[in-house]
Write a protein that binds this ligand. Structure first.
Ligand SMILES: Cc1cc2nc3c(=O)[nH]c(=O)nc-3n(C[C@H](O)[C@H](O)[C@H](O)COP(=O)(O)O)c2cc1C
Length: 327
């Protein structure tokens, strides 16, 4: 059964995680075109929205038609500013608002936002309440297990969030101090699921269909949130969603299909960012080619080319060669 979050019914229970510098509009559109369900924007700094900082406003551009339901993730530390930014995101067409209480980055936590809010639960509650009362779309919350091993307070924050009207949680099975080290602890996420009635997504290190089943079973979660597992594999979210529903899992795209997906992705990035896209696309190209032989030559062109036609030519010759080898 697909999750129902307020008035929003998710296409399936695998959700694309918010990733700064990755889950921009072009990438989300590719994930959706591959059958992905709910997608979450890059984190948007609430104070920058209020001062209409150009790069931040670009993160609020989306295609309501192709991306719905889209969740816009907000980061910040001031309840009123978060509320105002949420209002703006809703007016622009966001289907859900997600509050970031999971980001470990110092530039975020330094100002008591992201995962630092897990160290100030009264402020976390104020933010949930302010955002919730500012918008009519569902508000969700993403968090970690806690700040460090001695303060794993995710269950406490989850209870607070539920009391403040938050409608879905996503829990990354690491503490803030672990950053991305070690392994995500899916069983620890069960301690959060046990204390709330809210739908919950388990997050962290879900990269294969076995991980999807394992993470769900160990955490008791209703669905999964996938971040790095979708980098260079935008089809994986749809595969995870189908597996969770017990449906036939779509085939992993062939080399020729991946070629087409990457071309479409790069096209989308060029329309969205102009020529700046070439620099931003480098990491995506490396991810698409990861695990395939001879990708160094492709990376070499991607890292140096200043002309889109050269990059397309390199992609074409690389993938045509790969399909020849696979045939
Ligand atoms: C490049 C990158 C950027 C990220 N940006 C955000 C962000 O903007 N907001 C957020 O809540 N989490 C962010 N995260 C954390 C992911 O959403 C996710 O919680 C984490 O990567 C663990 O899941 P995964 O193992 O499936 O990637 C980011 C992670 C990565 C790798």
């Amino acid at each position: 059964m697909s999750l129902q979050i307020g008035a929003v019914k998710l296409p399936h229970n695998a959700v694309l995680a918010p990733m700064s510098g990755v889950t921009d509009k072009p990438f989300r559109q590719i994930v959706r075109a591959c059958g992905g369900g709910l997608v979450v924007s890059e984190m948007v700094a609430s104070h920058a929205v209020l001062s209409a900082v150009k790069d931040e406003m670009r993160k609020l551009q989306f295609s309501a038609e192709e991306e719905s339901p889209l969740s816009i993730q907000l980061a910040g530390w001031d309840p009123e500013i978060m509320a105002e930014a949420a209002r703006i995101a809703e007016q622009l067409g966001a289907g859900l608002i997600d509050i970031n209480m999971g980001c470990p980055a110092k530039k975020v936590t330094g100002r008591l936002s992201g995962s630092a809010l897990m160290r100030d639960l009264p402020l976390a509650a104020d933010i949930c309440r302010a955002v919730k009362s500012a918008v009519s779309v569902p508000v969700t919350l993403k968090m970690r297990l806690g700040w460090d091993p001695t303060s794993r307070n995710a269950p406490e924050l989850a209870r607070i969030a539920e009391a403040e009207g938050i409608e879905m949680l996503a829990v990354h099975g690491r503490t803030r101090c672990q950053m991305y080290k070690g392994e995500a602890d899916w069983s620890a996420v069960h301690e959060v699921k046990d204390v709330v009635g809210l739908p919950l997504l388990v997050n962290g290190d879900i990269k294969t269909l076995d991980d999807v089943a394992d993470a769900k079973q160990k955490s008791g979660a209703d669905g999964v949130m996938i971040g790095r597992g979708a980098q260079g594999r935008p089809w994986f979210v749809a595969q995870a969603g189908a597996a969770l529903r017990g449906n036939v899992v779509p085939q992993t795209p062939t080399i020729a299909e991946r070629h087409e997906i990457l071309r479409n992705h790069l096209d989308g990035m060029l329309s969205f960012y102009g020529t700046h896209a070439l620099r931003l696309a480098r990491k995506h190209m490396a991810w698409y080619a990861a695990g395939l032989p001879g990708s160094a030559a492709l990376r070499q062109v991607a890292n140096n080319a200043t002309d889109a036609s050269l990059v397309f030519a390199a992609i074409d010759s690389y993938f045509l060669e790969q399909s020849g080898q696979a045939a």
